[in-house]
Design a protein around this ligand. Structure first.
Ligand code: FES
Length: 154
């Protein structure tokens, strides 16, 4: 179950909307932040807190790619390999991340530090290659730049 602080946070969000269903997406974000991913327990927790049918909560959580339905590393790398990023070497960066940090696409490093997901354009084609680490955005990537960035995520 959510702790009192989180329940208060969700209550404040719910109060902003005339319909409690409108608080579902931000509540799922909060659940993911608190539990690391959206397990059955986490989804039940959101359903109970918002007094919504569990099937509706589950359906919403499974629709959006930003919600994780399995455990992920402490830091989620979302690296784009679509056309612009591919042209500027994103595939080599995927290999580099695999060699350097032991994490493959859709996988998690053994130490639980990083998970890696390949993205289909994150809207930074003009400054490719680009990635997100958690909610932090990075562009104009190179192997050296990635190493410098990822060293900041323990
Ligand atoms: S193709 Fe990578 S950000 Fe658009």
């Amino acid at each position: 179950m959510f702790n009192e602080t989180v329940l208060k946070e969700i209550d404040e969000i719910r109060a902003k909307y005339p319909d409690r269903k409108s608080a579902l997406l931000p509540s799922l974000y909060i659940a993911q932040r608190e539990f690391g991913w959206l397990s059955n327990d986490a989804l039940q927790c959101v359903a109970k807190t918002l007094n919504l049918p569990e099937a509706e909560v589950r359906g919403t959580a499974s629709f959006y790619a930003m919600f994780k339905n399995r455990p992920v590393g402490r830091h989620l790398i979302q690296l784009c390999t679509n056309v612009s990023c591919m042209i500027f070497g994103a595939e080599k960066l995927v290999d580099f991340i695999g060699r350097k940090y032991g994490v493959q696409p859709n996988g998690t490093s053994q130490d639980g530090r990083f998970s890696l997901v390949i993205m289909e354009c994150i809207g930074a084609c003009g400054t490719a290659p680009a990635m997100l680490v958690n909610t932090d955005f990075y562009e104009n990537l190179s192997e050296n730049r990635i190493e410098e960035i990822l060293e900041g995520y323990k």
